[in-house]
Design a protein. Structure first.
Length: 66
């Protein structure tokens, strides 16, 4: 989500369990997210595209084995 999006501000920094893979993921805020796109909350997959990769680097989302 975008850091200035008040709808989700209380969730930034928390973690949630992604049930499909039973794995915890981080909730981060980044200026690259467009708060007007869909719900304003998006999944970031660092291997997906260059923008996601940069967000992943900024927030330490990539494992050491990547």
């Amino acid at each position: 989500m975008h850091p200035k999006d008040k709808r989700y501000r209380k969730l930034i920094g928390r973690r949630l369990r992604l049930p499909i893979v039973d794995r915890e993921i981080s909730i981060v805020a980044d200026d690259a997210i467009d708060p007007a796109f869909g719900s304003g909350a998006v999944k970031v997959t660092p291997a997906h595209d260059p923008t996601d990769f940069e967000i992943g680097k900024r927030h330490g989302l990539m494992s050491s084995t990547s």
